[in-house]
Design a protein around this ligand. Structure first.
Ligand SMILES: Nc1nc2c(ncn2[C@@H]2O[C@H](COP(=O)(O)OP(=O)(O)O)[C@@H](O)[C@H]2O)c(=O)[nH]1
Ligand SMILES: [Mg+2]
Length: 363
């Protein structure tokens, strides 16, 4: 028995090849769709494979069936042929599984690359991909569905925080983080939006008296926005302006940003925060900071309870995977993102849908 395999773009094409070589007498053993191998073949249309057989001595199936002198010996021979055929088909089924596994790998690699190209570190990209692989049968997904699947997974991980605008319970809001990440600018953006749009009564406090320029910066914003500003030179004195502002809806507190290696100053900030109840504490991180440093910053502020994150300088980076990295590492909810130097417009309440779309390249 002569067994052959034919592949065509369509059933018709594969059949033509088969007929041409084996003739009309050939017996079709097996037909199936196969996916082209390799990453480039991932989303191509499946090919058709036909496995067919033909008797070497040109005896057709019908000839055998119709032979009146059919002997026991012939039956045994026939059984042997059937067993041979069964084995051949089984071998093909195994190779089908192999193709599926390859396909799975390609799709997983494709998804993982989307994440790592955006700056998500390998370890977290693998976690996300493994999770998808465990829960979904990727062999039945085409490109668009795959991307949507990834997008939904990212969305789920990037839980947002309840923003100040939607939370009337929090009264005192601290902005903490290293120098130059955009704490003061972000505070000014939030202050402007809250006093203009939400018509809230606001008070501003700065505990950043390390540089005169820092005080002047917030003083300027407070004058433009017509908001009262109190300056404290000692973090323990936070209660003094608090009593002055007791009728305000929200009090925003700017803190001294030091190097993240400056542990003493971080504990001063921590002590000040611990003097206050009913608060929101935003750890401000620049999305540009390399993830290694970001981890140290998160570690250094980790004693402070209930932190939420703000990511600044989104306008300065193509790689926003750091947001996923930081979220994975800290599990803190994300409250805002900022995307430029303009006060008050360059700030958005964090939206996990938008960031997920950005990571998979939809926007
Ligand atoms: N491109 C860009 N620059 C920003 C953003 N937020 C703040 N900055 C700039 O970063 C610099 C430091 O900001 P500042 O608020 O003084 O940082 P702080 O030391 O943490 O208080 C300033 O030049 C800001 O204009 C942002 O979202 N995008
Ligand atoms: Mg500042």
């Amino acid at each position: 028995m002569n067994i052959k395999r034919y592949i065509g773009k369509t059933n018709h094409e594969a059949m033509l090849k088969l007929k041409k070589e084996l003739g009309k007498e050939a017996i079709i053993l097996h037909t199936r769709k196969i996916k082209p191998k390799g990453i480039l073949g991932l989303f191509k249309k499946p090919l058709i494979e036909i496995v067919a057989a033909k008797e070497e001595n040109n005896k057709s199936k019908n000839d055998i069936k119709g032979n009146a002198n059919f002997k026991e010996n012939d039956i045994n021979k026939l059984n042997m042929e059937i067993n041979k055929l069964r084995k051949t088909i089984e071998t093909h089924v195994v190779s089908d599984k192999e193709i599926n596994e390859n396909k799975l790998d390609d799709k997983l690699i494709y998804l993982k690359n989307i994440l790592t190209d955006n700056g998500v570190i390998d370890e977290y990209a693998l976690k996300i991909i493994n999770d998808i692989d465990t829960n979904f049968n990727l062999s039945n997904y085409y490109e668009e569905d795959l991307i949507n699947l990834l997008k939904e997974s990212i969305k789920f991980i990037l839980e947002g925080a309840i923003s100040l605008e939607n939370n009337d319970n929090k009264k005192v809001v601290f902005f903490i983080g290293t120098t130059g990440v955009g704490k003061t600018t972000t505070l000014a953006k939030i202050a402007a939006n809250m006093s203009l749009n939400d018509e809230k009564e606001l008070g501003l406090i700065t505990a950043d008296t390390y540089r005169i320029a820092a005080v002047d910066q917030l003083k300027t914003y407070s004058q433009i926005l017509n908001l009262p500003l109190e300056i404290i030179y000692n973090t323990k004195d936070i209660y003094i302006p608090m009593s002055k502002f007791k009728d305000k809806d929200i009090i925003l507190v700017d803190t001294a940003g030091r190097s993240y290696k400056d542990h003493e100053k971080i504990s001063e900030v921590e002590e000040m925060i611990n003097l206050i109840n009913n608060k929101e504490v935003y750890l401000v991180l620049s999305v540009n900071t390399d993830f290694q440093s970001m981890k140290s910053i998160i570690d250094n502020y980790s004693k402070i309870k209930g932190l939420k994150l703000i990511f600044t300088k989104m306008d300065e980076t193509e790689k926003i995977g750091n947001i996923l990295n930081a979220k994975f590492y800290s599990n803190y909810p994300i409250a805002y993102i900022t995307n430029g130097q303009n006060v008050p417009e360059d700030i958005e309440i964090f939206d996990n849908e938008i960031i997920s779309k950005m990571i998979v390249g939809e926007i």
